[in-house]
Design a protein around this ligand. Structure first.
Ligand code: GTR
Length: 335
């Protein structure tokens, strides 16, 4: 069943690409142009931003300019909660957000938000590239209340704790620390289980919260830590790798329903390509981020033994794990 879905979509995408020129002949009576708005919290040049812009260029070419993408990066349209809401009502079309932020809307996705679920980023990539990845994208698209279409996944590496106060060497150092987490109750529970005080907050507020001391720290992957400038205020970065949460690109169902089947097919095809393109960019960017952090004198702290952190989050698994039991098993079986 699942495989059929993938094959059908792939076939549709390919057929659509070939048919594009026939559909949109140059000089044909003015096809109404549609500019698809995209939101990302990250700045120009960030892998997720570049991948969506590239998807836009392909779309523009394949439709002879009928469809194009306008990127609003750097949180111009707000944080991720806002982006999701705007896509739901059709005010924008693409929201590139973290699965952490989308979990409260599509509960099926929250399985990816369990701390230490994936063995490593390669494991996560295998899962999002395979049948489970497609199944969960379909869960987004088929959710009657969400008003969203799941286009593709993107890499976001592993998340690490950072703070403005003192180096965190072991789990005991987190005690009493106020740490910003994404707006999802699972992460508040996770941070509390680790001994800190989890503070849920939109990404658009993190920099100033760190700067003004509203929080002592946050947690994120190296590119977000560096290229969103948090490293300017938080000098300690501890490689806890407690979360490996992928990003997701969703599309407004309101707008989707106005597109032709061929146009939908193009979005699916170019989305799949964006997933692959972002991965390559991600690896380079992650490397650059670490080098930049080191050059700026950030203290990068290794965590040779993650076991105390893994043991500590057991209550989070006890609370949220059972309803995903089958899916967890399938994820763990992916080699
Ligand atoms: C980043 C991610 C963003 C956003 C942010 C956060 O890694 O790319 O989409 O979710 O984390 O912590 O809110």
């Amino acid at each position: 069943m699942k495989h059929h879905t993938i094959d059908r979509r792939a076939a549709l995408g390919l057929a659509a690409a070939g048919a594009a020129f026939a559909l949109y002949p140059r000089g044909a009576a003015a096809q109404q142009k549609l500019v698809l708005k995209a939101s990302d919290v990250h700045p120009a040049g960030y892998p997720t931003v570049v991948a969506v812009e590239s998807l836009g260029k392909k779309l523009e070419q394949a439709t002879n300019g009928r469809l194009s993408v306008q990127m609003f990066g750097s949180m111009q349209l707000g944080g991720e909660k806002e982006a999701i809401e705007q896509a739901q009502v059709g005010a924008i079309q693409f929201a590139r957000v973290s699965v952490g932020a989308l979990g409260p809307v599509i509960d099926d996705l929250n399985v990816f938000n369990l701390p230490f679920l994936f063995r490593n980023t390669a494991h996560m990539e295998k899962v999002i590239d395979g049948p489970i990845g497609q199944e969960l994208l379909d869960k987004i698209s088929n959710n009657p209340k969400a008003g969203l279409i799941g286009i593709c996944w993107m890499d976001a590496g592993a998340r690490n704790v950072y703070d403005t106060k003192k180096p965190v060497h072991d789990i005991g150092d987190l005690k009493g620390m106020k740490v910003r987490v994404m707006g999802n109750p699972m992460f508040v529970d996770m941070m509390n289980a680790l001994g800190g005080n989890g503070v849920a907050m939109g990404y658009d507020q993190v920099f100033s919260a760190l700067q003004t001391g509203v929080v002592d720290g946050a947690e994120n992957n190296p590119p977000s830590f560096v290229f969103d400038n948090h490293y300017q205020v938080a000098k300690y970065y501890t490689l806890t790798e407690h979360l490996i949460v992928p990003e997701v690109l969703v599309f407004s169902k309101k707008t989707w329903d106005t597109l032709s089947k061929d146009e939908q097919g193009l979005l699916t095809k170019f989305g799949r390509e964006a997933q692959a393109e972002e991965r390559v960019l991600w690896q380079q960017y992650e490397q650059q981020a670490i080098e930049k952090a080191k050059a700026a004198g950030i203290q990068i702290i290794e965590v040779p033994d993650k076991k105390p952190f893994q043991d500590a989050v057991k209550p989070v698994w006890d609370k949220y794990g059972p309803k995903y039991a089958d899916m967890i098993k399938r994820i763990q079986e992916v080699q």
